[in-house]
Design a protein around this ligand. Structure first.
Ligand code: BES
Ligand code: ZN
Ligand code: ZN
Length: 493
């Protein structure tokens, strides 16, 4: 629980303070007793002797019942460090099982006002991101699993901090929705259940429209439909519209996501080992949904649309066969040589549908598209592909700002050629081998027909991690929501 207050009702609770590199605490606002302030300073001078530059969160006992946490602020830090220190602070206090309540003395931050407001709201944002849990399928009482900490921010500029924090809180809600959706097991979150979840977002002011198989057939999204052909669960395409600009004739920006609720590979069946991970093959779509929710919550001054293709890739008597040819929504014919390269079939139709219907300013798609991107970039960077240098540059800059890293890989006509089919317009895999992520991106590019600025983020290595990181406890990461929120805020609002 997080709350804000402008004054302190007694100073007996455990508390946290910020100190700068000089390691001296000045109790400018006279929050603490002289005795406590002295104890802090003698602790800090003890710290000075320890030459450990890595550590920056410490604690000591003021009394048996009262702990003081000290967060040391570096003189120079990256733009994302406030969030990461918040996340690390959460991990630190989680180790102190008996802590139930903490006051955080924001005024101890020795910054000018705007910097203080920004630092602190980001610190709280990081703290909350790291506290995420997904335990709805644990039958143990939730309270015993999640340690509840009352976290009260004491500050003389309560209104300022609260209102800035609201911005980050909206993004946090988006990240949490993305993580929830990705964490759901595939028997629960099938395409139909997913549509129902998205429809719930209408209450925040998003216009949600879903297309079922009948609608999709009529429109001719046969590349998408082919992927779901072997599944007992129906295929859907869902659009989410956010109109945050009064002038609604303004072209929207568009986000498209791969929502393969489970990817068995289809008839080109995947091996059993780690197949369970393919429940997260809908992560791209979950980022789009989480992002649109956060735009609505923070009433972003932008017109944006999200388009997600929701489908299950299963083998079955009616499943698509390797060798099938489908006519996509764009009119181009695709020879499906491998039914496991299904994400690009979903995106092909979702991309051309988005381009035609919305004529957006740009399109960014997100997908857990290729295993090959994990070979090249691992769990550190998402792959970025684009037909537009400016869009690319902005995405790269935002990825640096929030430390959700992307690395641009090339597109080239010689890679494009590898996707020519002998009997159709295009084939869905590159038989020559090599450049698996690039050739997948080349395939997608064929469905951007009106030269709309477009970028593709291959997040196969980033969406899910067995390891915990600074801002998540492990599992679904929500990678992309912070990056795209920053992009919109910085360049398009
Ligand atoms: N969903 C997978 C990609 C993937 C792999 C995501 C590992 C996350 C972790 C995608 O649909 C796929 O199967 N791609 C194939 C393409 C190949 C058949 C050309 C792949 O990467 O092996
Ligand atoms: Zn696949
Ligand atoms: Zn897939």
């Amino acid at each position: 629980m997080l709350s804000f207050a402008s004054s302190l009702d007694g100073d007996k609770e455990s508390f946290a303070i910020f100190v700068n590199d000089k390691s001296h605490y000045r109790d400018k606002k006279k929050l603490l007793s002289k005795n406590t302030a002295q104890k802090i300073n003698s602790f800090l001078s003890g710290l000075k002797e320890k030459k450990n530059n890595e550590e920056y969160i410490f604690s000591f006992d003021i009394s048996e019942k009262q702990k003081c946490f000290v967060i040391k602020i570096k003189n120079k830090f990256e733009s994302y460090w406030p969030q990461e220190s918040g996340g690390n602070f959460f991990s630190y206090i989680k180790k102190n099982k008996d802590i139930k309540k903490i006051n955080i003395y924001a005024d101890s931050l020795d910054f000018e006002r705007d910097k203080l407001v920004d630092f602190l709201s980001q610190f709280l944002f990081g703290f909350n991101l790291k506290s995420y849990t997904f335990n709805k399928y644990k039958t143990l009482k939730k309270e015993t699993i999640k340690q509840k900490i009352d976290f009260k921010v004491i500050t003389s500029i309560k209104e300022k901090i609260e209102s800035k924090y609201k911005y980050y809180d909206a993004i946090k809600e988006g990240v949490f929705l993305t993580r929830d959706l990705v964490s759901e097991p595939p028997n629960v979150l099938n395409p139909e259940a997913y549509v129902k979840e998205i429809k719930k977002l209408s209450k925040f002011g998003l216009k949600v429209k879903s297309y079922n198989e009948k609608d999709l057939k009529k429109l001719g999204l046969n590349a998408l439909l082919g992927v779901g052909q072997g599944s007992a669960n129906e295929t859907y395409l869902v659009t989410l519209e956010w109109k945050g600009k009064n002038n609604s004739s303004k072209k929207p920006i568009a986000f498209v996501g791969k929502g393969v609720c489970f990817d068995t590979g289809g008839i080109s069946l995947k091996p059993a080992k780690f197949m369970e991970e393919m429940k997260y093959d809908m992560a791209g779509s979950a980022v789009v949904v989480g992002l649109l929710k956060s735009l609505a919550l923070r009433k972003a001054k932008v017109n944006a649309v999200g388009v997600v293709g929701l489908v299950e890739n299963m083998p079955g008597s009616n499943a698509q066969r390797p060798g099938d040819i489908v006519k996509s929504y764009s009119g181009k014919t695709i020879e499906v040589l491998n039914t496991d390269a299904e994400g690009r079939l979903v995106l092909a139709d979702a991309l051309s549908f988005t381009e035609k219907k919305y004529k957006p300013k740009f399109i960014i798609d997100l997908a857990t598209l290729t295993g090959a991107i994990i070979i090249s970039l691992g769990e550190e960077y998402a792959g970025l592909f684009s037909n537009n240098d400016e869009l690319s540059k902005n995405i790269f800059q935002s990825s640096q700002n929030v430390n959700e890293k992307v690395w641009r890989l090339p597109l080239h006509k010689n890679y494009d050629k590898l996707m020519d089919s002998t009997i159709a317009d295009v084939q869905n895999i590159n038989y020559a081998g090599g450049a698996g992520s690039i050739t997948a991106a080349q395939f997608l590019q064929r469905f951007i027909t009106n030269k709309t600025p477009w970028a593709h983020l291959d997040i196969a290595g980033m969406a899910f991690s067995k390891k915990a990181a600074n801002l998540n406890p492990g599992g679904a990461t929500g990678f992309g929501v912070r990056l795209l929120s920053n992009l919109i805020k910085k360049y398009y609002e």
